[in-house]
Design a protein around this ligand. Structure first.
Ligand code: SF4
Length: 191
């Protein structure tokens, strides 16, 4: 018998369906049991995926002080429990031995990373912001007609906003940048 491609797909689908029905196995209870076993006796905490500003709700299951599962929270009105692949992998933020958990600093010109206290990092960021602004702030500039005009601009620092931050944080970041005079003010997600 010669089969067209369409016939092949039709017979193939029918055979697969027949095999599944013939075996009489309903996988749903098995799947449900497997899921409930995994999170049995775990405590669920509602959270929000930290990766982007879509803000998908999550249920974080913890047992013995350890996160054992993270899944979408079906009570979240705008996602109804769905997570994108990145959000579905957020458990790796907690359970991943390869993830650095301490701040690492690489000095200019160096090829090695060294651990530093987080307070040291904050101080460095503040100091370098301050120094760069003191050194490079442009108060006045000549326009194309040769007139000196006030610009209050800082071109030595660029700001790249994160897709993790929400509306309010974006607002604060914009205010901070504008207070500094930063004009290179961009956002990772370009929204
Ligand atoms: S990264 Fe994915 S799961 Fe996380 S908030 Fe954004 S869209 Fe939702």
């Amino acid at each position: 018998m010669s089969l067209s491609r369409r016939d092949f797909l039709k017979y193939g689908g029918a055979t697969a369906t027949g095999a599944a029905l013939g075996a009489g196995v309903d996988m749903l209870p098995v799947e449900a049991a497997a899921v409930s076993l995994k999170i049995k006796e775990a405590k669920a905490f509602a959270g929000v995926c930290p990766y982007c500003a879509v803000g998908c709700g999550q249920l974080i299951y913890a047992k013995d002080n350890k996160i054992i599962d993270i899944e979408g929270n079906p009570d979240t009105p705008h996602t109804l429990g769905r997570l994108c692949p990145k959000g579905a992998a957020t458990i790796q933020l907690s359970n991943n031995p390869l993830r650095p958990t301490k701040p690492l600093y690489r000095a200019p010109g160096s090829d090695t990373w060294e651990e530093k206290p987080i307070e040291w990092m904050y101080d460095q960021i503040a100091k370098r912001y301050y120094d760069a602004r003191e050194k490079y702030f442009i108060e006045n500039e000549k326009n194309k007609d040769g007139q000196v005009v006030t610009v209050n601009r800082l071109e030595a620092i660029a700001s790249l906003g994160s897709a993790c931050i929400d509306n309010e944080e974006c607002y604060l970041l914009s205010k901070l940048n504008r207070a500094f005079g930063i004009v290179y003010h961009e956002h990772q997600a370009r929204v």
